[in-house]
Write a protein that binds this ligand. Structure first.
Ligand code: HEM
Length: 128
């Protein structure tokens, strides 16, 4: 579809479905489970709030949790290139499970997230 922000085109319901499917994947990914909490409820709420603003919707994350400072908030977690790939793999799978988001919008969203994910890498691969 055309016009408006990615948020306007995707809408809150499809975005919430995407986030739910994404964290179901994360919870089952052996590269990611070591660094995520067992209960992903709050993590998913934060991600939904963040993505809402990131995609051009209301600034929910900022209102509830302050400035995102995403790279700083990720520093306590060892994010290797492998983990960034795993994160993006979960997102790609979740997008394919969410046909409510059209293909062009899904591609645009994925490309934007891939840029942020590359910026979150803060640890080299182990065993080098
Ligand atoms: C939080 C991992 C990329 C957005 C977290 C947490 C982990 C994590 C372990 C803490 C979860 C918690 O304690 O609740 C990763 C990994 C990534 C990645 C391995 C791979 C590159 C991204 C990207 C975004 C993002 C690309 C945004 C598009 C967030 C947000 C939070 C978060 C908004 C919540 C921050 C807070 O308020 O505590 N991430 N992340 N992450 N991540 Fe990521």
């Amino acid at each position: 579809s055309e016009g408006g922000s990615l948020y306007d085109r995707i809408g809150p319901d499809a975005l919430a479905a995407l986030v739910r499917r994404f964290y179901a994947r994360v919870a089952a990914d052996p590269d990611l489970t070591p660094i995520f909490p067992a209960d992903l409820t709050l993590t998913a709420e934060k991600q939904y709030a963040f993505l809402t603003g990131f995609l051009g919707g209301p600034p929910l994350y900022h209102e509830r949790f302050g400035h995102p400072r995403l790279r700083a908030r990720h520093l306590p977690h060892e994010i290797t290139p492998t983990r960034a790939r795993a994160w993006l793999g979960c997102m790609n799978a979740a997008l394919r499970e969410t046909p409510e988001i059209g293909e062009a919008d899904a591609r645009e969203l994925y490309a934007a997230l891939a840029r942020v994910a590359a910026h979150m890498v803060n640890t080299p691969e182990p065993g080098r």
